[in-house]
Design a protein around this ligand. Structure first.
Ligand SMILES: N[C@@H](CCC(=O)N[C@@H](CS)C(=O)NCC(=O)O)C(=O)O
Length: 222
């Protein structure tokens, strides 16, 4: 059985989790503490420490660069989901960079504001240290102060997706492709704390989000 090794609120893990649910595949979730990557390190034979990774029998699948989609492409092939059709190859690779940088830049900060509600007390010191070493001293407090700004940023950065969804049920066409799951994962991370709602103004995204929550690959089988 496929095992997803993850941290529950990680945007990139939420992408793969939704792909697995969409597939209707049996899979097992293994949650790890955000500050203890020893399982990932061991399974990847000391080659990777990020999440998510997938273990499928003897295969251990992980990313090879910031913009690779090794895990999603593996699931796509194994489970025959059609998430990466050739006709959208270039468009998807441009879009996922936008989703994982522009959108994620706003969503992870907005979610991180509530880190004390999500990260177990025993992991908070290392979490704070990790964040501050990466983003600078006081970053989490600063994002809280800038919350309104980041909410505005998110609303603005989502506008192109709102426009794309005006005439289509999913971002590129009548069925979801990888970028739908990618955007969904970033937005689920934003919603994870329970303190936010998607911007009211983006009516198409609201409707798409409801569709993305329940869509199944079998809905599109011949
Ligand atoms: N491009 C990778 C990004 C993975 C990633 O950055 N994961 C974060 C968690 S959201 C991570 O593990 N960062 C390293 C760390 O926290 O030490 C993917 O799509 O999986």
């Amino acid at each position: 059985m496929i095992e997803l090794i993850q941290i529950p609120w990680s945007p990139f893990c939420l992408v793969q989790r939704r792909i697995l649910e969409f597939a209707g595949a049996r899979f097992k979730i293994i949650n790890i503490p955000s500050q203890d990557r020893s399982l990932v390190w061991k399974l990847t034979r000391q080659r990777y420490y990020c999440v998510p990774i997938i273990k499928d029998g003897k295969n251990v699948i992980f990313e090879i660069s910031d913009d690779s989609q090794v895990v999603a492409k593996y699931l796509d092939e194994e489970l025959e989901l059609g998430l990466f059709p050739n006709k959208w190859c270039d468009v998807q690779s441009i879009l996922w960079r936008c989703i994982e940088n522009e959108i994620e830049g706003a969503t992870f900060r907005l979610n991180d504001i509530y880190w004390k509600e999500t990260v177990p007390a025993s992991e908070q010191l290392q979490h704070l240290r990790f964040k501050e070493r990466k983003f600078g001293h006081g970053c989490l407090d600063q994002w809280r102060k800038d919350q309104k700004f980041w909410l505005q940023q998110l609303e603005e950065r989502l506008l192109p997706f709102e426009m794309m969804l005006t005439h289509l049920p999913f971002i590129l066409e009548a069925r979801p492709r990888f970028v739908d799951f990618d955007l969904f994962g970033m937005l689920e991370n934003f919603l994870y704390s329970g303190h936010y709602r998607l911007p009211e103004r983006h009516k198409q995204i609201l409707a798409w989000h409801r569709r993305m929550k329940k869509v199944k690959h079998s809905d599109f089988s011949a």
